[in-house]
Design a binder for this molecule. Structure first.
Ligand code: AMP
Length: 399
């Protein structure tokens, strides 16, 4: 497989699938979080420094059938140019005559951003002709968009068919995402602790089933833990519960026992009589929550137990918050677990935080640079951990 480090880009036009799907202010269209753009800079700079030119393509938001002003990538040109320290040219379509002309005119050291790929429904359909039109704009293809690697879209997967194996490769971001996931999943240092939280068992059941095979400890917190307590015959009051997942929960607990995997649930919970910040609050045994109350965060005993296990780990995977961390009264559990993961990392553990809300939490609470790796791929990372081959990864790895 070709790697970006071994490739000389001098005189070449490289088309990069980046993830510029950044959040924009609804009125001013200003970027509210530019981390995805920052994450792509290393790959772009390497190509430019080699003397190549760069064509950037991305999606932004979820346009319905065609172009929509609010999803135009033109909104990000000025800020991305500033971050890169070079002018980024923009063309208002990603295929057709205008795109062809703009790509043909591109000189060594120049950067061109194509308009939102999803203004063409062919992108998500993985259309061959659309992919071919994109491919014809460049000599080399790089995929640096891990967040969409689990989709067989035209720009993430099908386009790779139009490049020989020497002329397609991962960008730095994608390569480091895969290396970091493999460090946790394939080259695991034990003890390995997986911390899984968030709202629903149904979203995490496949990853939990996989983790029972590879982890030493599984910590389950957040709303999903109450389905497990219900499965064990507990009283969970008004806490979140997925009754149709109780069987899954029982089977998982049994499998964990058979495999000698320690399955930790929060012994106590911070409960409230409303789903809000200002209700009556009390700490309760998670198996015995009063009628009218619901568990919205893990309690102090749970924090202590989870912290102990985390501190004794060599590898840590964290996906999903321990409670409703968006509300100040129920963020303590998530903050304390972030702190434990950061401390374990400082002691030499390898820690990977991945999946929407836990990433938001480590960023919000200032722990992002105290863990080993913060993944940019939510769904893609989960699917990789579930053991699925990601189409965007396979398209580069196989001929
Ligand atoms: P997920 O997207 O599945 O990782 O879930 C994240 C969401 O779960 C966040 O918005 C949290 O507010 C929510 N959440 C976490 N714990 C609880 C809980 N105990 N009850 C209700 N929602 C929760």
């Amino acid at each position: 497989m070709t790697t970006i480090d071994s490739f000389i880009f001098s005189g070449k036009k490289a088309i990069i699938r980046v993830d510029f799907n950044v959040p924009l202010d609804k009125k001013t269209f200003e970027i509210t979080d530019d981390s995805r753009i920052r994450a792509s800079l290393k790959t772009i700079s390497k190509i430019l420094n080699d003397g190549g030119s760069v064509i950037l393509m991305s999606h932004l938001g979820r346009p319905k059938t065609g172009p929509e002003e609010k999803y135009s990538l033109k909104h990000i040109v000025a800020h991305a140019s500033k971050l890169l320290g070079r002018e980024i040219k923009f063309v208002n379509d990603c295929i057709g005559e205008v795109a062809k002309q703009a790509a043909a005119n591109l000189k060594s050291g120049e950067v061109l951003l194509l308009e939102n790929l999803r203004f063409h429904p062919e992108e998500e359909k993985g259309d061959e002709n659309f992919a071919k039109e994109l491919a014809l704009l460049a000599d080399v293809y790089l995929n640096d968009a891990f967040g969409t690697a689990h989709r067989a879209h035209a720009s993430t997967t099908i386009i790779a068919n139009y490049f020989s194996k020497e002329n397609k490769m991962f960008g730095y971001l994608m390569a480091s995402e895969i290396a970091s996931a493999d460090k946790v999943m394939k080259n695991t240092q034990h003890p390995f602790t997986a911390i899984i939280g968030g709202a629903k068992v149904s979203d995490k059941i496949l990853i939990l089933e996989k983790l029972v095979d590879i982890a030493d400890n599984i910590i389950v917190g957040g709303g999903m833990s109450y389905t497990f307590f219900k499965a064990m015959g507990g009283n969970i009051g008004n806490s979140l519960c997925e009754n149709d997942r109780i069987d899954n929960a029982i089977k998982l607990l049994e499998k964990a026992k058979q495999k000698n995997v320690k399955f930790l649930l929060p012994a106590d919970s911070m409960t409230s009589d409303v789903f809000g910040n200002d209700g009556n609050r009390k700490t309760a045994d998670s198996k015995n929550i009063e009628t009218g109350f619901m568990g919205l965060d893990i309690g102090p005993k749970a924090v202590e137990e989870f912290t102990q296990t985390i501190m004794n780990s060599k590898t840590i995977l964290w996906n999903g918050p321990m409670g409703v961390f968006e509300m100040s009264n129920f963020r303590n559990g998530t903050v304390k677990i972030a702190e434990a993961v950061a401390n374990a990392t400082q002691q030499g553990a390898y820690s990977l935080v991945g999946g929407g809300d836990s990433v938001a939490a480590v960023n919000q609470f200032g722990f992002a640079d105290k863990v080993s790796y913060v993944s940019t791929g939510g769904g893609a990372l989960l699917e990789y951990f579930e053991g699925k081959e990601l189409p965007g990864v396979a398209a580069i790895m196989h001929d």
